[in-house]
Design a protein. Structure first.
Length: 212
């Protein structure tokens, strides 16, 4: 059987992009819908959410910008278009449904940017790219839910908008580990750097003041 990693390397895929000097953390759709047993979107993502909270805390300590995304639709509207037709259970994100609410941790604090979106990518139809550019950001550390959906779409669009995507594998999650692993493999081959939690925390650590 072909080793996928070796095959990708021989084909020229997977060249690391590296992180730039001005990072931000983008937290994708970490909300109650994925952790409430009554939700149709329930997934085994507890460990991923804890890791995402660790990344957010490290970024806060270092003073890096943190952007949270959320999905929201007005009840009875056509918002979300074909995406909602494809996945009717996205109704859990209608305004007023507690399943669409942020968790206690990680959660946005005053000063954090919150992007409301209606499609998978955090860039599609939102001001995210403009906000990042205005802040001088060159790298986005991506954490959140789900790997095969909104994380993948956001990472791909980050690349296409000229930002260096760093997908933190331990801090993303999905309904099944097979989906998670397959999408991380593909992202790392073509669209992003997939890194582990330890390395992400090192990259986001506060910089020591230079000695005089």
């Amino acid at each position: 059987m072909t080793d996928l990693n070796e095959d990708a390397r021989r084909a020229g895929y997977g060249t690391p992009l590296g992180a730039g000097a001005h990072p931000a953390v983008v937290v994708i759709d970490v909300c109650a819908a994925y952790l409430d047993d009554a939700s149709p979107l329930r997934a085994p993502v507890e460990a991923s959410v804890r890791a995402a909270a660790t990344v957010v805390e490290q970024a806060r300590q270092a003073g890096h910008p943190i952007i949270f995304t959320r999905v929201s639709y007005r009840p009875g509207s056509t918002e979300g278009g074909l995406f909602r037709q494809k996945i009717p259970n996205l109704a859990v994100f209608e305004e007023g449904n507690p399943l669409g609410e942020f968790l206690p941790d990680p959660a946005p604090l005053p000063g954090d940017c919150v992007i409301t979106k209606q499609y998978p990518s955090a860039f599609h139809g939102t001001p995210l790219a403009a906000n990042l550019t205005a802040a001088g950001i060159d790298t986005v550390f991506i954490v959140g839910l789900t790997t095969s959906g909104c994380v993948r779409a956001t990472a791909t669009d980050a690349l296409q908008h000229g930002f260096r995507p760093q997908v933190v594998a331990d801090a993303c999650g999905d309904r099944d580990p097979r989906l998670h692993e397959a999408n991380l493999f593909d992202l790392n081959a073509k669209y992003a750097d997939v890194i582990d939690l330890k390395y992400a925390l090192e990259l986001l650590a506060p910089k020591s003041a230079p000695r005089e």
